[in-house]
Write a protein that binds this ligand. Sequence first.
Ligand code: NAP
Length: 256
Amino acid sequence: MNLKSPTPDSKPGRLADRVALITGGSRGIGLAIAQACAREGAQLIVVGRDRKALDNAAKRVSGAVSFAADVTDESDVRRLFQFMQRQFGRLDILVNNAGVFIYKPFTRTTLSDWNRNLGSNLTSLFLVTQALLPLLERSSKPHIVNILSIAGRVAFPKCSAYCASKFGALGFTRVLAKELRPKGIRVTAILPGATSTRMADEFDFPVDRKKLLQPEDVAEAARAAMLQPARATVDEIFLTPSQGDIAATTKGKKRR
Ligand SMILES: NC(=O)c1ccc[n+]([C@@H]2O[C@H](COP(=O)([O-])OP(=O)(O)OC[C@H]3O[C@@H](n4cnc5c(N)ncnc54)[C@H](OP(=O)(O)O)[C@@H]3O)[C@@H](O)[C@H]2O)c1
């Protein structure tokens, strides 16, 4: 945990009164969303497992607080709730972004691969959302943004565990949206295509990263959803690289 006070030069923005928590905020898409929210003046809490990466991220996000937790671990998530309750007493924006990606044919996918994908990409949404809901209910502008994937709607070979987790996460998000709408809690699913983060290293072929989405593109979609007036909810955003899916970004022959 690393408590920092807001930098004196931070200007009030359109999210100035909001407390925003981002799981997996230490790098990649989560870090870009944290930076976008901070530029709008939100108070950020970034969550991840690696303390060093979190400290690094906290330095790159104005006024951010970091909290080390494994979002697949019930007791860590309970600690996160207690910390948030003590420090802030409420939560306005929850971004469920933490996730992992395994690229393997089904026949080589182990139970451990399967459990890691399901735990990080699906069960974590259940744990974190259920734990933090009481704090969102104290907000006047509560919003949950789940970072899913186009693999939540499209089947990709060598992605059985990942697709299963993201299809499940999309179903979960859609139910959540219906159950929480009467409480005034907005729920948005963002489904990005291939994005240039550490995850792109998992493919077994060389990828032209310039043709992928950049983390900032996904962050911009999240920011746009957050900035809608309270009367408007963005249900789902399906965001893909303009030059085509990952196959079209292949540089040459297989790597392994
Ligand atoms: N990159 C893509 O092509 C792409 C496309 C569509 C959707 N997405 C989705 O976008 C999200 C972010 O991915 P990314 O590309 O930004 O990946 P990334 O660069 O690998 O970042 C993943 C983040 O999640 C955190 N994390 C992973 N497991 C965690 C756990 N159990 N508890 C707490 N934090 C955890 C990581 O920190 P620690 O490892 O330190 O915990 C890191 O901060 C994921 O849900 C991913 O499925 C990515």
